[in-house]
Design a protein around this ligand. Structure first.
Ligand code: FMN
Ligand code: COI
Length: 354
């Protein structure tokens, strides 16, 4: 579903969604330069295919932290799916259809119900709250639910400046709650002007978070810890030293620091810095199976996709999500085959223009 088809899906989602929800999903920080740059940067990477390779059984599966995934395409954690569809994250989990889904801390369906709806593995994404007890309770809920990984998002010490949300006074309606926090924390957003999310982040998230958070998380769980939001090769190295099991190169889809480098440019430097000591994942602006192949050729083990899943969910519920992911996978297999690669691990820098 590259290019025009995905744009048409987004247009259908846009028609169905209230303006403030569409803007929350689509938008980014400040002038949204990084939102656009993420997407454009993948498109600038060109291929050097090899021919006369038997690709009759091209296999897109990848191994990640001891689990074989049917595809390198992972559902990125995104907040508030009930704003897109009444079944929320349960519909997304069904639509993921065996692929790895990362469920947001800020989901509108509780993590145990997300896992129950999923047919593939589920990781819980964590924000660290001022009250560490809340984060630890989330870890226990994830473990009890059967999650197989914890994704620590490290690029939100403070909320990015989302102008659209400010203008729209974005907030969760009373009918939808952040379902992972029942009994722990108020499950809505504090009242006031501007973006309700900015008020929520300011009130609840721990801006004093530093590298000790990774060792803290490792000390309270035996699940693998994946650090999401790495934007510098030195931080990739530090993540290895801090005991992370994997990292996600991410600028939060351009929603935090505008002007941040597109992840396609940054990825090879982070891959170089970690020197194979852990898997490197990437997200931001990947919109086609060709983009997935580009990322793997640059050294990513797998990739995450954010907004397209939301467009699928808003336009077509569970089937919409499955459609987006199936199309990405089919394009990826076709691209691999045309590059002369039989397995996802065969993708390397040699299939790209140096
Ligand atoms: C609407 C929306 C909500 C998001 N919520 C979260 C979140 O709760 N936790 C998180 O770690 N990242 C969150 N992200 C960032 C995504 O996980 C991911 O990094 C980004 O969307 C990838 O870029 P893409 O949308 O261009 O594919 C969110 C992104 C969007 C678009
Ligand atoms: C800033 C977060 C609280 C939510 C989020 O990750 C997002 O909207 O991008």
């Amino acid at each position: 579903m590259a290019g025009g088809e995905l744009d048409a899906l987004e247009a259908r989602a846009r028609e169905r969604l209230p303006r403030s929800v569409y803007d929350y999903y689509a938008g980014g920080a400040d002038d949204e330069v990084t939102v656009a740059a993420n997407r454009d940067a993948w498109g600038e990477i060109t291929f050097r295919p090899r021919v006369l390779v038997d690709v009759s059984a091209a296999d897109p599966s990848v191994e990640l932290l001891g689990t074989r995934l049917p595809s390198p395409v992972i559902v990125a954690p995104t907040a508030f799916h009930k704003l897109a569809h009444p079944d929320g994250e349960a519909a997304t989990a069904r639509g993921a259809a065996g692929r790895l889904m990362v469920s947001s801390s800020l989901s509108t369906v509780a993590i145990d119900q997300v896992v129950a709806a999923a047919s593939g593995p589920v990781w819980l994404q964590l924000y660290v709250f001022r009250d560490r007890g809340i984060s630890e309770a989330l870890v226990r809920r994830a473990e009890a639910a059967g999650c197989t990984g914890l994704v620590l998002t490290v690029d939100v010490p403070v909320a990015g400046n989302r102008r659209r949300d400010d203008h729209n006074g974005f907030a969760l309606p009373d009918s939808i709650e952040m379902a992972n926090f029942t009994g722990l924390l108020q499950s809505g957003m504090p009242d006031g002007g501007g973006s309700g999310l900015v008020r929520y982040v300011g009130a609840q998230f721990d801006a004093s978070l530093d590298w000790s958070a990774v060792s803290w998380l490792k000390s309270v769980t035996r699940l693998p810890v994946i650090v999401k939001g790495i934007q510098h090769p030195d931080d990739g190295r530090r993540a290895v030293d801090a005991g992370a099991d994997a990292v996600v190169v991410s600028n939060h889809g351009g929603r935090q620091l505008d002007g941040a480098e597109p992840t396609a440019w940054l990825l090879p430097d982070v891959v170089g810095a970690v020197e194979g000591r852990m898997p490197v994942l990437v997200d931001g602006g990947l919109r086609s199976g060709g983009d997935v192949a580009r990322a793997l050729a640059l050294g990513a083990r797998a990739i995450l996709v954010g907004r397209p899943v939301l467009w699928g969910l808003a336009a077509g519920g569970e089937d919409g999500v499955r459609g987006v992911l199936d199309d990405l996978d089919a394009e990826f297999v076709r691209t691999m085959s045309l590059l002369g690669c039989r397995t996802a691990v065969e993708l390397g820098p040699d299939v790209l223009t140096p």
